[in-house]
Write a new protein. Structure first.
Length: 268
């Protein structure tokens, strides 16, 4: 477990200490789901449907309906879906694309609009044969790079005798637009320097410029206390995702907010 932050001097020491505590309690570090992340999404979908729910994909919510301080449902195109509870799971920076800003206090708006995300560039490598013999996380402090040969953890996600690996280089949010192209080239160059045999064995690459890797970078001035809580005074409205108030150092924040939403909903 680790904090993903491009400038170590701005990292939250408190969140890091808490992550270390949680890792010690768990007795293990981070893992990777067998079969890839699609397996988790599929299991969640099955659970929703088994309990009478419905999962609608390619269905954009236009607005969350709020009347007299209570959630009444959502609108999708010209259709209104009534609901007394709504969980908003878009990043907080985009939350007013579905919520009316005028219905929220100034402090809520300030937090929503000023949380800085983690940004970066990434490259997936499809490799003709195994050339990376590392089975865990590959970490570089300068420049800040994370790498994972995912098929070494789960061989089923790549064809037999092939290899799949992903590398991410983190960029400060305020410098992302200016540096993203340069850093993508730098990342590719550095990976080939780390693993010289890779260059002649690469079948294809997927290169991504990511203005948002995690919704909230784990900085000292935007810890869980500085972010929007999962429950607000508007009755029936909840928030989930890695830009809201919950423990964690990155994507794990999302899991904690989901659990907190369940606790709050069941409590009421």
């Amino acid at each position: 477990m680790l904090l993903v932050v491009p400038e170590i001097e701005k990292a939250s020491a408190g969140e890091l200490i808490d992550l270390i505590k949680q890792a010690v309690i768990a007795g293990e570090g981070a893992g990777y789901p067998k079969g890839g992340w699609k397996i988790i999404l599929q299991k969640l979908k099955e659970s929703v449907e088994e309990n009478g729910g419905k999962v609608s994909t390619n269905t954009k919510v236009d607005k969350v309906i709020i009347e007299n301080g209570e959630v009444k449902g959502v609108t999708i195109k010209d259709q209104k879906i009534e609901a007394d509870k709504v969980i908003v799971a878009v990043p907080c920076q985009q939350v007013f694309s579905v919520l009316d800003k005028n219905k929220f206090p100034v402090e809520f708006v300030r937090k929503a609009e000023n949380i800085t995300p983690t940004c970066g560039v990434s490259i997936d490598f499809a490799i003709s044969e195994p050339v990376i013999d590392i089975s865990g996380m590959i970490v570089s402090e300068e420049p800040p790079i994370l790498g994972l040969p995912t098929s070494n953890l789960d061989p089923t996600i790549a064809p037999e005798n092939k290899q799949l690996a992903t590398f991410l280089l983190v960029i400060p949010a305020e410098q992302f637009a200016k540096r993203k192209d340069m850093e993508l080239n730098n990342l590719e160059k550095l990976v080939y320097e780390m693993f010289p045999k890779l260059k002649g064995k690469t079948l294809w690459t997927r290169k991504l410029k990511l203005p948002m890797v995690d919704g909230a970078a784990p900085l000292y001035n935007q810890t869980r206390k500085d972010r929007i809580p999962v429950k607000v005074p508007i009755k029936g409205l909840f928030f989930a995702g890695d830009s809201y108030a919950a423990p964690g150092g990155g994507g794990d924040i999302a899991w904690h907010t989901a659990r907190k939403c369940v606790e709050e909903i069941c409590k009421n």
